[in-house]
Design a protein around this ligand. Structure first.
Ligand SMILES: NC(=O)c1ccc[n+]([C@@H]2O[C@H](COP(=O)([O-])OP(=O)(O)OC[C@H]3O[C@@H](n4cnc5c(N)ncnc54)[C@H](OP(=O)(O)O)[C@@H]3O)[C@@H](O)[C@H]2O)c1
Length: 408
């Protein structure tokens, strides 16, 4: 072991361990650098760096020189090393391919009611693209960060192993396998509120479990709480081949409904495979070709007009608007949802929209359906963490059959 350039490690310094020996040039490139060569053939570089961009500068130079990085730690004011983690991070809103970059950032620490999850898989749903792009702009006023994302790590759906728990957490302990909704799941570690996690369904892999939380909870809420589905109801699911739709078809069937799924030609086989009794290829037939045919319509894709959606409903049928892309940069089509709520007061049909929230009751209800074999995630494709930007782009492009996930 040899010291090449001496200076004491300052509080807040970074420690980067690499394979091989680092030469004297690092003394010229990084102020106050200290390098230790270890007997196992690795070297540890310690330096006081101004901020994260300075750290990324050093790591970028190592990457350019082909030096393999083994670990990166930050030394806090007590002189303790706090590990960094790899994460798909973004420091501005925009096109996922331009703003998401995999970097080493500080591992989050848990608050009293939080759980630190070692992430094995993360789900990618339509909401992720909105939070990455900052569109519609309306959502920036809803607490996600006005000029840039408040949380630089994208992703919500998570499945993994509990690493640590906060002092007030009672339902989990390290080693538990969990799934749910986290604050930034496109990373090696993520924190989640205890109330937004449940034990992973026993019959699912981490990859499958990460595909469940937001999409399946939205489908459950749309059908059960908002749509008040009853056994025997005739239910039309528009967007049945997507992330929410593939769950909606399965859950509606499990609740005893007769389900018709609407999708494009190439995805009709998937909609049948997840259990739809009938399918409509919307490129050949419109949803209101059978006027007054449905007790409940879930509108998940396509942004059809309220009058067209209402024509498909019985005289006292229920419309639940879940979402739909292409509604505009500012309001994302919320005006259609608001018009539905107002119109609902003046017509015999019930027209509603909602914003879903994932909580432990939903996750446990979904686990019951999954463990009973009534619901199985339909996964189109898995990406690696390094491909996180591509995963978000791919999901948003609309080609996916069912869900997209990231595995770590
Ligand atoms: N309200 C809430 O709380 C809540 C919760 C979750 C999601 N959402 C919203 O719900 C929407 C769907 O989310 P997702 O994750 O299911 O997205 P997704 O996986 O991209 O699925 C959307 C589906 O819509 C279908 N589609 C596109 N154009 C269509 C058309 N003209 N007619 C019928 N279907 C059409 C696509 O299938 P084809 O290729 O077959 O057309 C696609 O499979 C998004 O807007 C999302 O933001 C809302």
């Amino acid at each position: 072991m040899g010291i090449m350039n001496t200076s004491t490690t300052q509080p807040g310094a970074y420690e980067i361990r690499v394979e091989g020996h680092l030469d004297e040039r690092w003394g010229d490139w990084v102020d106050g650098v200290e390098i230790r060569h270890d007997a196992d053939g690795t070297s540890t570089l310690t330096a006081q760096l101004a901020d994260q961009p300075a750290l990324h500068g050093v790591l970028g130079r190592m990457r350019d020189l082909g030096i393999p990085v083994v670990s990166v730690c930050r030394i806090d004011e007590n002189g303790d090393a706090s590990a960094l983690m790899r994460a798909a991070a973004q420091y501005r809103y925009g096109d996922p391919m331009e703003v998401i970059e995999v970097r080493n950032i500080e591992r989050p620490t848990v608050g009293a009611d939080e759980v630190l999850v070692r992430v094995h898989a993360a789900g990618v749903d339509a909401g992720v693209w909105h939070l990455v792009s900052g569109q519609p702009y309306l959502l920036r006023t809803m607490g996600f960060g006005f000029r840039r994302p408040k949380n630089p790590v994208a992703g919500m759906d998570v499945a993994g192993t509990v690493e640590a728990v906060g002092s007030a957490v009672t339902r989990f302990r390290p080693g538990d396998e969990v799934f749910g909704c986290a604050d930034g799941s496109f990373a090696e570690y993520a924190t989640a509120k205890e109330a937004k996690l449940a034990l992973k369904p026993a019959n699912l892999t981490f990859e499958q479990a990460a595909a469940v939380p937001n999409s399946a909870a939205a489908a459950l809420m749309a059908l059960r709480e908002v749509g008040r589905v009853q056994a025997g109801d005739r239910v039309l699911v528009i967007g049945a081949s997507g992330g929410v739709g593939t769950y909606a078809v399965q859950i509606a069937k499990a609740l005893g409904a007769h389900v018709t799924g609407v999708a494009s030609t190439a995805k009709l086989d998937l909609v049948r495979a997840v259990g739809a009794d009938e399918v409509i290829d919307y490129t050949r037939e419109e949803i209101d070709a059978r006027t007054g045919a449905y007790d409940l319509v879930l509108d998940i894709g396509g942004n059809r007009s309220l009058s067209q959606l209402r024509r498909a409903l019985t005289a006292d049928g229920r419309l639940v608007i879940v979402g739909g892309e292409g509604g505009g940069k500012w309001f994302g089509g919320i005006n259609r949802q608001l018009r539905a709520t107002i119109l609902s007061r003046f017509v015999s049909q019930d027209l509603r929209f909602f914003f879903s929230q994932v909580d432990v009751d939903d996750l446990e209800a979904l686990t019951e359906l999954i463990e009973a074999g009534a619901v199985t995630p339909a996964i189109d494709r898995a990406f690696t963490l390094d491909e996180a930007a591509e995963a978000v782009r791919y999901q948003h492009a609309g080609q996916a059959r069912g869900k997209v996930v990231i595995t770590l």
